[in-house]
Design a protein around this ligand. Structure first.
Ligand code: SF4
Length: 310
């Protein structure tokens, strides 16, 4: 992938680098816009967390939008239910639809593509394998219509892949490409008598953010990753940074930032997961600028004392 320019600002003591790709993707942004504009005099219920971001969840709850569970049996037949950008299985869609209830589907088009890929592999006789996080809404939606499918989250899960003649693999959209490729290679070598077909379904916003954070790691000694603690792609950004031997801290908002993190630091990178609001990234960036200036003042005070003592 082409190396893109990193925006860099030198403020006081720190060089602050902003990733070339960061933050909210189009799929989450569109789902949020639809949800904010949905009104129903009965009630509006989002099936699961619309985005894995506590600030957004809080905003929606304050606006009277309820958070339900995709698996819960529907009790209220009226009102509107919203399927999140993570998508849902066809069986869950059928369960939730009723003539009195409106279903608003905000599934990201790139998640739809993963469903189509998995269905195409299965129809062609491949045993379905999903690389992703067990229990994640997107993964549950993917395997919901394929009870035989297995999910590979860790290397040891590969032993669960059966000795089938044909094995078809897809990936959750927010998995790091390097990790997915490693797992696919491992499956190929352990099941070398099978025909293994892999469809790369990691989405392009995830790839861009992963690539951008790698570029940050080349020039930074600390990366601040902004995003919800339960956001899969945010934690994947943290893992990528750590795998590359760089220091990472994850924050949900600017108030989480601690000055001590920066005392031994010169170059700080800032990035954010695909469920993070732009205004949150800006406030984190601004807070780091303030910290940098505070560190400069502290340095001057320290040097002043040293001079007096010497
Ligand atoms: Fe769509 Fe990718 Fe964003 Fe998920 S992370 S909502 S698949 S663009």
């Amino acid at each position: 992938m082409k190396r893109e320019k990193i925006r860099k600002e030198m403020i006081g003591r720190l060089n602050i680098h902003l990733a070339s790709h960061y933050g909210m993707c189009f799929g989450v942004r569109d789902a949020l816009a639809v949800t904010r504009n949905t009104y129903d005099e009965n009630e509006v219920t989002v099936l699961g967390q619309l985005v894995h971001n506590p600030l957004v969840s809080q905003e929606l709850i304050e606006n009277g939008i309820k958070e339900g569970e995709l698996k819960d049996p529907p009790t209220n037949t009226k009102g509107t239910v919203i399927i999140t950008a993570h998508g849902a299985s066809d069986s869950d869609r059928v369960r939730w639809s009723s003539p009195q209830r409106k279903v608003v589907d905000t599934t990201c088009p790139l998640v739809h593509k993963v469903h189509q890929s998995l269905a195409a592999l299965t129809v062609s006789g491949f045993f379905p394998v999903v690389i992703g996080k067990k229990g994640h809404a997107e993964v549950n939606g993917l395997i919901g219509d394929f009870p035989q499918a297995i999910v590979i989250e860790k290397e040891e899960d590969i032993l669960d892949v059966p000795y089938e003649r044909k094995i078809g693999i897809i990936s959750q959209t927010t998995q790091p490409t390097d990790r997915v490729n490693e797992l696919v290679q491992r499956i190929r070598s352990l099941r070398n008598n099978s025909e293994v077909r892999f469809i790369d379904t990691v989405c392009s916003p995830t790839k861009n953010r992963q690539e951008a954070v790698k570029n940050l790691c080349e020039v930074c000694d600390l990366i601040v990753v902004v995003g919800g603690s339960n956001s899969n792609n945010t934690s994947q950004l943290v893992s990528t940074v750590e795998r590359l031997g760089c220091r990472a801290v994850q924050v949900e908002r600017s108030e989480d930032i601690i000055l001590d993190w920066f005392t031994e630091t010169k170059d700080v990178g800032v990035t954010a997961g695909t469920s993070t609001l732009n205004e949150t990234v800006i406030s984190v960036y601004e807070r780091i600028k303030v910290i940098s200036e505070e560190l400069t003042v502290k340095d001057r005070e320290y040097l002043g004392k040293e001079r007096i003592l010497s």
